[in-house]
Design a binder for this molecule. Sequence first.
Ligand SMILES: O=c1ccn([C@@H]2O[C@H](COP(=O)(O)O)[C@@H](O)[C@H]2O)c(=O)[nH]1
Length: 244
Amino acid sequence: MRAKDKIIVALDVPGLAAGEELVRRLLPYVGMFKVGLELYTAAGPAAVHMIKEHGGKVFADLKLHDIPNTVAGAARALVRLGVDMLNVHAAGGRKMLCAAAAAVREEAAALGRPAPLLIAVTVLTSLDGDALRNEVGIEREVEDQVVRWARLTQEAGLDGVVASPREIQAIRRACGPDFLIVTPGVRPAGADPGDQSRIMTPQDALRQGASYLVIGRPITAAPDPAAAARAIGEEMEGALGNNV
Ligand SMILES: O=c1ccn([C@@H]2O[C@H](COP(=O)(O)O)[C@@H](O)[C@H]2O)c(=O)[nH]1
């Protein structure tokens, strides 16, 4: 896989037109487009169809978190939409994770399609240790909580997790080399962290062993998003030791 194929760009924009403009510009330089809460709430399934019509891959980052029956139903609907990756919150617990995994498998089989990748969000990359302990009320180190949820996710039969690049090595030790680790909280050196707490550069995230890097504002808010994506991809190729 080329480094650029590991870039998932977060289309956190207010509507379909802004999303489509970014898809047109970024398609040659990234591997997948992430439709999150903002764009999906504004445009719904049309956002997924638009990306597919341009030949792009779609990560539906809707972070499903509800009782097992409700999450399973939403997961089935996302499979029918044809997304390539979707996610749930690991905090939903074992029964919810198992229900989501079964729903994705069964719906894809019924449609005769390969199942999309199903991953679980661990500790949000916007949280640091203090917030996890004092605001959320989890009395563990961030890394320990991430690994705990990663193990649960793997046992429930999902493909991987969302975590910050800082936890990659601990997750790899616990869950092995084939478990997917999708990392937001990625910032080129010197870039504004914004609301992210646990960050790393794209090159370092790749060296740590990230499967995919989710990158939003460093690309989409750049004066020239295509140039920003190309530059990040080239730096990542360097980290992989590939010639571009
Ligand atoms: O723990 C998480 C889970 C998801 N995200 C999402 O990733 C992108 C990051 O965007 P940036 O602009 O690069 O900060 C965003 O869509 C989040 O919803 C995350 O950041 N952390």
